[in-house]
Design a protein around this ligand. Structure first.
Ligand SMILES: [Zn+2]
Ligand SMILES: [Zn+2]
Length: 281
């Protein structure tokens, strides 16, 4: 992460549902959902949203772990958003703290029993009791404000099987909306999400499908890049990141989607793993 007063979004994982690799996925990458938003790691002014395989890439980028607090906000608990956790280096190091933020509506008993469930045989050979970091489990109301000092977050429920929540971060005068995974109703914008996203500087949205594919994928819990544009226009967001790509989408297909999207919404782009987006005025 570049340390600057200017808020940034670092995309550590942009793929949806399943990590992929290979020649067709070089440009946009294949790590699953994980982004870092903030201004400074040194001052603790950053947050991680979702813990897909991209969390491992974030972890590899760390030069200093001891003495740090890591805040991980989870949109929901499908495996593509959690699978990086067992490989998150700070968990295994004493002298740092890892905070998990979840929403009580999605996890009435909190996140700890969920973590213990998948950090267990036969899914994983070691259990969460080997973690040396101090762990904190924060359970928030469905629509709440989370105060992390200079960085603040708001939450909003979004339709997805089993429940999911969007986050809106505020730092350095810049607002970012992170809204994945979610399914839309054709012809009816999610007015709650439109209101939640009003005039955000950047919106990340679940663009697993396109509108044609969506007709065969109803009930899968995902949305389309065209719906992302409709939402972005209605909410007057300044920039749109096409996010949570279908695992079978090739670089060529994603390039095509970006071209089509930019014809309708100029400030849109297909988010790629390792991409750094600087929020400026
Ligand atoms: Zn997902
Ligand atoms: Zn999901």
């Amino acid at each position: 992460m570049v340390t600057t007063q200017q808020p940034i979004v670092k995309f550590w994982g942009t793929r949806g549902s399943l990590p992929v690799n290979g020649a067709a996925h070089v440009k946009y990458g294949g790590n699953t959902s994980c982004v870092e938003i903030g201004t400074s790691r040194e001052n603790g002014q950053f947050v991680i949203i979702d813990a897909g395989t991209g969390l491992h890439a974030f972890s590899e980028s760390l030069t200093e772990i001891t003495g740090r607090d890591f805040h991980i906000c989870l949109s929901h608990f499908h495996l593509d958003h959690l699978i990086g956790i067992p490989f998150f280096a700070p968990l295994f190091q004493a002298g740092c703290a890892v905070h998990f933020h979840t929403i009580i509506e999605d996890a009435p008993d909190g996140f700890e029993p969920i973590l213990d469930k998948f950090m267990a045989e036969p899914f994983f050979p070691i259990q969460s009791d080997v973690f040396e970091a101090e762990l904190y489990f924060h359970s928030h109301a469905s629509t709440t404000q989370i105060d992390l000092g200079d960085l603040k977050l708001e939450t909003c429920p979004i339709p997805h099987p089993g429940g999911a929540h969007a986050y809106r971060t505020h730092i350095g005068g810049m607002d970012v909306v992170y809204a994945t995974d979610t399914e839309h109703e054709p012809g009816a914008l999610n007015s709650r999400l439109v209101e939640f996203s009003q005039t955000a500087d950047l919106m990340l949205y679940d663009c697993t499908y396109d509108d044609d594919e969506f007709m065969d994928k109803k009930g899968f819990g995902h949305s389309t890049w065209q719906e992302a544009i409709r939402l972005a226009q209605a909410a007057e967001v300044k920039n749109l990141a096409i996010y949570h790509h279908d695992p079978s989408r090739s670089d060529v297909q994603l390039d095509e989607i970006e071209k089509k999207a930019q014809r309708v919404f100029k400030n849109s782009f297909v988010a790629a793993d390792n991409q750094l987006f600087v929020l400026d005025n």
